[in-house]
Ligand binder design. Structure first.
Ligand code: PPE
Length: 307
């Protein structure tokens, strides 16, 4: 993955990437005390546009509030403008955008009181999230031996950096076992989500996705639900079990980094026909058209980066 860019927005201004560094004694590095977002800019006929930018920044501030970063020296509007500036000034047409709000200084200790927050926004061209083969045929996945967070252990509605230790455990185990991705069960044993994506099952033409109780309220999930309903599919948010996944006609995960990716095999069981299914393909294509500004009804989802 090439993380290069010319500029990073740090605490209100663009600086050259090599100057966007933090000291070793940054509390966030030691305790995972940071909240972040992941967004994508897409190439549209009117130039680059960030998909669902406002909602992502609202969620960044919600993550901060949930975790307990209360008085912040930046407004949502400044972070929105900063995100657009990072895409524009780096000259990217399509890229991934990563705002991160972190415990920058103040003291080293398990307490946010007296902590001084820092905020950076970086962008890079994140291509090839999975192999081209996995992208078209679908992923091979396992159900992780690690459980997703209980919502009163870690705050699952906050994109808290520290939460991702759980995802790293699951994804690393999955990769070592030879799979592309892990699906995670919540503490009651019901299906939650992927390590960095929400999950959908398709059965007899109906889409099912776990309700929002223990998962991140993904914006791609929300977009897929809207697009699917507009295409005439029934979508049900309800509890799903591991064995319901095994008998689904199709499974797919979706998220900003992953976009929409089919799952062709779960725990060595082929899903449906064993290749990415037609509903998944249709939704992946419709999502891409919406994100690249080719569907006027979803024009509100795009924030153009040009001045
Ligand atoms: N669940 C989790 C746990 C999650 O991290 C993400 C995003 C989603 C669901 C989907 O949310 P949304 O992007 O709003 O549709 N994961 C981010 C980080 C992934 C990574 O590998 O890093 C992302 O996709 O940007």
């Amino acid at each position: 993955m090439n993380l290069d860019s010319k500029f990073v927005w740090m605490n209100g201004a663009l600086v050259p990437q090599e100057k966007a560094v933090v000291p070793f004694l940054t509390p966030a590095l030691h305790y995972g005390t940071a909240v972040f977002e992941g967004m994508r800019a897409y190439n549209t006929s009117k130039g680059s546009a960030i998909f669902r930018l406002k909602e992502h920044i609202t969620r960044l501030f919600a993550s901060a509030r949930i975790f307990g970063f209360l008085a912040l020296p930046w407004t949502e509007e400044e972070v929105i403008e900063g995100s657009k500036a990072v895409v524009r000034e780096n000259g990217f047409t399509e890229c991934y955008v990563r705002p991160l709000l972190f415990a920058a200084s103040g003291h080293m200790g398990l307490n946010l009181l007296g902590i001084v927050p820092g905020l950076g926004i970086a962008a890079w061209e994140w291509k090839g999230f999975v192999s081209p083969e996995a992208e078209t045929a679908g992923l091979r996945a396992n159900v992780s031996s690690f459980t997703r967070h209980h919502p009163n252990v870690m705050m699952t509605k906050s994109k808290l950096a520290g939460n991702y230790g759980n995802s790293v455990l699951a994804r690393t185990e999955s990769a070592r076992l030879g799979f592309d991705e892990a699906l995670m069960l919540d503490p009651t044993g019901l299906v939650a989500e992927g390590t960095g994506e929400n999950l959908f099952a398709v059965r007899k033409g109906v889409l099912y996705t776990p309700h929002r109780a223990t998962v991140l309220e993904g914006l791609t999930r929300d977009s897929v639900i809207t697009i699917a309903r507009d295409l005439g599919y029934e979508v049900r948010e309800e509890a799903l079990t591991r064995d319901q996944l095994y008998v689904a006609d199709e499974l797919f995960v979706c998220g900003t980094a992953a976009e929409v990716l089919g799952i062709r095999e779960l725990d060595f069981r082929p899903i449906g026909t064993g290749v990415r299914g037609p509903v998944t393909t249709r939704l992946a294509e419709a999502f891409r058209r919406a994100a690249t500004g080719q569907e006027p009804r979803y024009a509100d989802w795009l924030d153009h980066c040009n001045k």
